[in-house]
Design a protein around this ligand. Structure first.
Ligand code: FAD
Ligand code: PYC
Length: 403
């Protein structure tokens, strides 16, 4: 008999109940993590996750899986560092191998000003307890032999920052691990269940219209990444977000050549090698707004130029696949994890090009926010009202991907 038959289901697929104490909209990593921590940390088990497609079919399953916490400002560094700490125990926590691999992340500097910015950020990281060092070109050439560290390069590499605890993880395993663990705690996970309207009465949430009928609930947490503005409009809200495609690419599998992650903001590309051997590659957003999960040719060309500038040795490697995800970018390159003016309605969005690394931490603080109707100290600064108060947290320099 084949070993690939009669596998037990990793989670149930129940029909939705008529009423839940809370509903999470969006079955990506952040939504599933939010549901898991709501059940585990706050004892809220009469809850559901509604996903319009399949679990992890959004950005969670489309990203290049870089995890790090070397952000400039205290608020962001603390939030992302909480997440890295959760990553470090996540496979044990979920009893599911999320393949978190702390292979280190290098961010290259190509100009004197890049290096000044890198030094400033490394110093800020260390003051916040985030492991971060400046490395020289000589060290880089020893550590990453195929990196072009020649002084004759078009954009010569002058050094880098390095976070040793950063790395990569298996993206869909994160969604599946959180889903299985949340299901085991009683959370109903319902796929193919698009939310089409958010019902309100006298300024508070009362329920959701969905592809599987009306569901009554007093609390709704919206975690839909690139579709956040669409859901906000359903509740009469406007968020300071733009939706853009962000592309990724994988090559044919090749023998192990790169055992770390390399990013460059200046030539603008990033690369790692998966355990299967594919080179996993990405760059910046497509500049136009849109909801198509593909992207344009000019960005493909730009990305390949950037990778070959850093690694000319890859010029003969054939690319296998390309795709796009829709990222919701915020003007200060930081997320919104927030209550709204509608009572019982919460948004967790605006992670833009960099939310995969935050998956466990985001779920952890969002669960706290929903359960207590107030933010945790780690996400208090990420409320929507920062766009009224002006207390923005400008992380464009650390975002790694220009947007
Ligand atoms: P998603 O995984 O997109 O989940 C949202 C879900 O909501 C989707 O499954 C969607 O189907 C569902 N949904 C939408 N509308 C509705 C509705 N009306 N009803 C019900 N469900 C709905 N971040 C990093 O940290 N490191 C990286 O290396 C990195 N690389 C990236 C590369 C690419 C190409 C892309 C696209 C993104 C990258 N990111 C990266 C960003 C990261 O992927 C996202 O920030 C993160 O995965 C967002 O997770 P999420 O769970 O919020 O969103
Ligand atoms: O935020 O580190 C990041 C990142 C890398 C690739 C896309 N986002």
């Amino acid at each position: 008999m084949s070993h690939h038959e009669n596998w037990p289901k990793a989670w149930r697929s129940p029909e939705p109940k008529k009423r839940y104490d809370a509903v999470i909209v969006g079955g990506g990593g952040h939504g599933l993590a939010s549901a898991y921590y709501l059940a585990k940390e706050h004892g809220m088990t009469n809850i559901a996750v509604l996903e319009k497609g399949w679990l992890g079919g959004g950005n969670t399953g489309r990203n290049t899986t870089i995890v790090r916490s070397n952000y400039l400002w205290d608020e962001a560094a603390h939030l992302y560092e909480k997440s890295v700490k959760l990553w470090e125990g996540l496979s044990q926590e979920l009893n599911y191998n999320v393949m978190f691999s702390q292979r280190g992340v290098y961010s290259l500097g190509h100009t004197l000003q890049d290096m000044r910015d890198i030094e400033r950020r490394v110093n800020a990281n260390r003051l916040n307890g985030v492991d971060s060092v400046v490395v020289s070109t000589e060290e880089l050439s020893k550590r990453i032999p195929y990196l072009n560290t020649s002084a004759d390069a078009r954009y010569p590499i002058l050094g880098a920052s390095f976070q040793a605890r950063g790395g990569t993880a298996r993206h869909d395993a994160v969604a599946w691990g959180f889903a299985r663990a949340a299901d085991a705690l009683g959370v109903d996970i319902i796929q193919n269940c698009e939310v089409t309207a958010i019902r309100r009465d006298q300024g508070r949430v009362t329920g959701l219209d969905t592809a599987k009928g009306y569901i009554e609930t007093p609390k709704v947490g919206v975690v839909v990444a690139g579709n956040s503005s669409v859901l906000a409009e359903m509740a009469g809200l406007r968020l300071p977000l733009e939706s853009h495609p962000l592309q990724a690419y994988v090559s044919e599998p090749i023998k192990p050549v790169l055992d770390t992650v390399v990013m460059s903001n200046a030539v603008h590309g990033y690369i790692s090698q998966s355990d299967k051997g594919d080179l996993v590659i990405g760059a910046g957003i497509d500049r136009y707004n849109g909801y198509g999960q593909r992207g344009s040719y000019s960005v493909i060309e730009h990305t390949m130029e950037a990778i070959l500038e850093m690694f000319p040795v890859f010029s003969r490697v054939r690319m296998n696949r390309q795709w796009g995800g829709i990222v919701d970018t915020c003007p200060d390159a930081c997320p919104l994890i927030s209550k709204t003016d509608v009572e019982g309605l919460y948004f967790n969005c605006g992670w833009g090009t960099g939310g995969f690394k935050a998956t466990p931490g985001s779920g952890w603080v969002f669960a706290h926010t929903l359960a207590n109707d107030q933010p945790h100290e780690l996400n208090a600064a990420f409320a929507i009202n920062r766009f009224i108060s002006g207390a923005l947290i400008d992380e464009h320099g650390a975002a790694g991907v220009a947007h």
